[in-house]
Design a protein around this ligand. Structure first.
Ligand code: AFD
Ligand code: MN
Ligand code: MN
Length: 399
């Protein structure tokens, strides 16, 4: 790395923060089952402790995404959750309503043909917004599983109309500085027509909902071969990119650790963001969030791996010479243009990252430090004992 690149990477690392999901530390798995780990978080305090540990080791995960039904159990005071988070050195980040598990939502939630069910779903959104305001979060991250499984099952247009109305009502409940992130997903658990199936539907619903709604891009929510960075560039240019749920995938919404399958695609997504920043003189205000579930890898270690990969790819994309790229593009010098990206992608940015970590007093190798610290071994022992004492059945959070 030359000095210019070192400096660009250092500046990028300074402002890069990525949010970790509370659910990534709990017993999660696939629809075919979960492989339980002793160190899996039992309750919210465990999840926040794990998130705090990841932030202490990496220095770039100051917030944790929470799921309303899984983290804010009935009777829990949201302010106590905020206090618990700060005890672990982090803050509550995006609030994720849950409109996909209650039996009443079998035929949909905000799209349901019965206004009473839509009202019930809106009441949950209202509660989620209240929680966000109580914990000081400005992000409501909404994913709907709504959709149909068979042709002819429902009117696609009627559902679209119902959803528009519901999202407008949800948007009206937001605080002045809050943002509603509307996430799209083409498949699963609806297998014929998901109501918010792609970025275009999310864009249109965001526009109709109101000025505080933006699109959330989950990298696992695309058909294979789809050009995600093109969607990112388009939404950025429309000022409609609210943020990301990062993960990697081979076939579907696999929620694998970020950059484990296709790091070059993740790098190209970051390139579009840095390119936008270079053209506008400042980086866009978007939420970088992780959405993964770790069925085989140890959960804390998988989260560390993801954060480290995200930092590295973000720093690699930061050293691209945008002026040289523009020049190659204007000359239709395809190979030179492509090589500018490849050079950056294959540059070892660890000297910049190590210097940044050293300056912050962080471990140079967070994964090695995590193993040396024995954190997960202690957590496994403590949580195994608590499960036995509480006679806890596996698979759900206790509190
Ligand atoms: C599942 C959904 C979606 C959502 C996440 C958290 O596919 O990505 O954002 O759960 O609720 O992964
Ligand atoms: Mn997601
Ligand atoms: Mn998903």
């Amino acid at each position: 790395m030359n000095n210019k690149q070192l400096n660009a990477a250092r500046i990028a690392l300074e402002d890069f923060a990525i949010e970790i999901p509370s659910w990534g530390f709990a017993d999660t798995g696939t629809r075919f089952g979960k492989f339980f780990q002793d160190a899996s978080a039992i309750d919210l305090n465990d999840k926040l402790a794990d998130a705090g540990h990841v932030n202490r080791l990496t220095g770039c995960c100051p917030t944790v995404a929470v799921h309303v039904l899984w983290d804010f159990l009935p009777g829990i005071d949201p302010k106590s959750v905020a206090r618990l988070a700060s005890k672990h050195g982090i803050k509550i980040g995006s609030i994720n309503p849950n409109l996909f598990q209650d039996q009443e939502y079998k035929w949909g939630s905000l799209t349901h043909r019965d206004p009473a069910i839509r009202q019930r779903a809106l009441a949950h959104c209202k509660d989620s917004i209240k929680i966000s305001q109580a914990v000081g979060s400005d992000l409501i991250s909404l994913w709907l599983a709504d959709g149909t499984n068979y042709p002819g099952q429902e009117s696609i247009r009627d559902r679209k109309h119902a959803l528009t109305e519901s999202l407008q009502a949800c948007h009206a409940m937001l605080g002045k500085d809050q943002t509603l992130l509307i996430e799209y997903k083409p498949f699963e658990p609806a297998f014929y027509a998901t109501d918010i199936a792609d970025w275009g539907m999310a864009y249109i619903h965001s526009k109709k909902a109101g000025k505080k709604a933006k699109v959330l891009v989950d990298t696992g929510h695309h058909y294979s071969g789809q050009n995600i960075e093109q969607i990112v560039a388009f939404l950025l240019d429309e000022e409609m990119l609210g943020g990301f749920h990062f993960n990697d995938r081979r076939y579907a919404d696999d929620d694998l650790t970020f950059g484990s399958i296709d790091p070059y695609q993740a790098f190209r997504i970051f390139h579009e963001i840095h390119s936008y920043g270079a053209d506008h003189g400042k980086m866009p205000n978007i939420a970088y969030m992780i959405d993964q579930s770790h069925n085989e890898k140890p959960k804390v270690e998988a989260t560390l791996q993801t954060v480290i990969m995200a930092q590295e790819l973000y720093a690699k994309a930061a050293i691209i010479d945008h002026k040289a790229l523009r020049k190659a593009q204007s000359n239709h010098d395809v190979v030179a243009a492509e090589l500018i990206l490849k050079e950056a992608f294959f540059t070892d940015v660890r000297p910049a990252i190590n210097a940044w970590r050293k300056k912050k007093g962080l471990p140079i190798d967070p994964i090695a430090e995590n193993r040396r610290s024995g954190y997960e071994t202690r957590a496994a022992g403590d949580r195994r004992r608590r499960r036995e004492e509480l006679n806890l059945s596996r698979g759900g959070s206790y509190a």
